[in-house]
Design a protein around this ligand. Sequence first.
Ligand code: OSB
Ligand code: MG
Length: 383
Amino acid sequence: MPITITEVRLAVVRLALVHEFETSSHRKGHLDHILVRATATDGQRSLVGWGECASPAQPFYCGETTDSCWQILDRYLVPMLLGRPWETVAQATAMTAKVTGNQFARAGLEMACWDLLAQSRGVPLADALGHRGAQRVEAGVSLGIEPTIDALMEQVARHVGDGYRRVKLKIGPGWDVEPVRAVREAFPTLALQVDANGGYAPEDCDRLAALDGYDLLMVEQPFAADDLLAHAVLARRIATPVCLDESVTSVAVLRSALALKACAIVNVKVSRLGGIGPAVAVHDACREAGIPVWCGGMHEFGVGRAANLAVASLPGFTLPSDVSGSDKYYRIDVVTPPIRAEGGTVAVPRGRPGIGLEVDEDLVRAHTLRSRTLAATEEDARA
Ligand code: OSB
Ligand code: MG
């Protein structure tokens, strides 16, 4: 039964972070994400689907920002889709295919389409992705650059105490070997990995090779997103597996990276890839190539986190994810029941069809900074 989206409400929603998170480039105390609320009909029923655009406010992780996502959704993506029936999310995505780049913006709308499709079929999102997914996924935490090593040790101890069994540390020039050594000495058997968010230059190979002594699961994205070659050179030099995050923006880039042997592991991130469909496609391609993957995150609210969990339930996700319980980030979240880690794992939401959790609309409204509603016209329906 075809699905037609009749109305989309975009809302910039602000949630305060429990703990400031700093990467090599910036520090923040709250996050503004765009929630996409799509009203649709499947010919039988009226449905409401949710998506989340988890773009950072600043263009430091990639070129997108909250404002750019808003513009692209408002002016291009939503108008291209409103009022036009589709039967698969791939068909919906094809209607917006003229828009290049802007993956975070596209992911927000695409996710809402998946929520609608899964609801229309009466199945949880995790069961609509074409694989038999796991019930729970191995959770991990990603810890930012702290003011001091002591402050970092406190963070690691707190999360290990909470049951997380895998920790990722953000690193950058000036904050790498010392924090890694301190954490490794205090936690000799902890599953530990590092993420540089492209902070190093190709000349820094010696510094990165010094990480080899600390039994790390991987080093994530040491160099700039477009420098696949530098990653390939490093991967030949060091024993620690190289993982790509920012570089992998499509299945095509993934294939180039694999051909170059630029990475041994891939971080699959729904936002960075432009949605759940492309994330599943990257998972499938990696699985075929024997490359292990894990699910990255962008500090998502419950909507995006639920989508991440559905994706992370796929069989190729053999390494622990960056998907933690919501309480690692936020005191309150926009979904109920809240997403929690227990014993280092998080349940894949299957409590209802679609993303599997209820969105608290009152809470969303109370935290909305601005919103805008776009409705289909008679003309859309005829086009
Ligand atoms: O590189 O994975 C990253 C957060 C913001 C921007 C980039 C990254 C991250 C994370 C957080 O590591 C992962 C999460 O806990 O959602
Ligand atoms: Mg990363």
